[in-house]
Design a protein around this ligand. Structure first.
Ligand code: MF3
Ligand code: CO
Ligand code: CO
Length: 315
């Protein structure tokens, strides 16, 4: 997600069982992508350069985004099946890396602004951009897996938070309501409508459940570029007059928290954690503005996604 500097504090909502903080593990060597796999321009040097792409997609680009989005949705579902106590986030990274290549695509995170791995894995109090490493998942953890695939010249960006074994009730509420907040954000999209209606819907839901809304990371335009200039806050930004044109492709990816929504970044320069160590959850889809609202591009051919699956399990 894109970065944005703003601050907000709010009190914790309840008594969370206490867990040992997530600590960095060891990184495996950088994974290779076979020479025959096409790669985005930044793959070589890490620098995506300034955003120059249109916010709207041509018919050909949109068709490509449906295909790539489908592949990304399938990879995320596969990654979710691996989630259980004992598996390391590095093993999840290997599976996502290999699945991306098997589909003829490039795992977008790999070397994006120097990110060292092929997927983001964010456990418990880690908000986003967690780096897969040697830490095994523990019973009771929650983990967001954020898959982005680049194929046919476009990115598909999607994530879900999965449960590891037996998860406490407060965390279940957090995950369930974060999934619902994404549905409400998507439902707020209309052609010609205000971008700020998305954050209004998400923040309204979060407030109702006494959850915090992360402000430092936001949704973004996505298409031929991983992150374009369009910004999608998940809080109600009343001053934002931007409207969503038909054909605009972007993500919604709310991060909600049990406590303070403020982030601190680890000294690996990536891993963003809640400042108070309380848990946080996230779900993400890539969308396009259609005549009827928003079309989800990160869905399987059968119309499934990890987001819906987790939500159904918690309903
Ligand atoms: N997938 C993330 C997003 O939703 C971005 C990850 S950037 C990376 O925007 F470099 F950490 F991969
Ligand atoms: Co994103
Ligand atoms: Co993402």
């Amino acid at each position: 997600m894109a970065k944005r500097k703003r601050k907000q504090t709010r009190p914790a909502v309840g008594v969370e069982p206490s867990y040992p903080p997530v600590q960095a593990g060891l990184l495996s060597p950088m994974r290779r992508v076979p020479a025959e796999i096409p790669r985005p321009p930044y793959a070589l040097h890490g620098d995506p350069g300034p955003s120059v792409s249109s916010l709207t997609r041509t018919p050909d680009e949109l068709a490509a985004m449906r295909r790539t989005g489908q592949d990304a949705a399938e990879i995320l579902l596969m990654a979710g099946t691996l989630v259980k106590p004992g598996i390391t986030t590095d093993e999840i990274d290997r599976a996502v890396h290999e699945a991306s290549i098997a589909k003829g695509g490039y795992p977008s995170p790999l070397n994006y602004r120097g990110f060292p791995k092929s997927v983001c894995t964010s456990v418990n109090e880690v908000i986003c951009h967690g780096i897969p490493d040697s830490r095994p998942l523990a019973d009771g953890d929650i983990i967001n897996i954020d898959v982005t695939l680049w194929k046919d010249g476009v990115h598909g960006d999607t994530s879900a938070t999965f449960l590891v074994g037996d998860v406490d009730d407060l965390s279940l509420t957090l995950v369930r309501e974060t999934a619902r907040s994404l549905d409400l954000g998507i439902a707020a999209v209309t052609p010609g409508g205000l971008v700020s209606d998305i954050g209004k819907a998400i923040e309204g839901h979060a407030v109702k459940h006494r959850l915090g809304v992360v402000r430092e990371f936001i949704g973004h335009g996505v298409g031929t570029e991983f992150h374009s200039n369009l910004q999608i806050p998940h809080y109600h930004e009343r001053r934002l007059a931007t409207r969503l044109e038909l054909g605009t492709s972007f993500t919604i990816e709310p991060m909600l928290t049990l406590g303070a929504p403020d982030a601190v970044v680890w000294d690996d320069d990536w891993t963003a954690s809640t400042i108070d160590g309380t848990r946080t959850a996230q779900f993400e889809h890539t969308l396009v503005v259609s005549e009827s609202g928003a079309e989800r591009l990160t869905m399987t051919a059968a119309g499934e996604c990890a987001h819906d699956l987790v939500a159904a399990a918690l309903a």
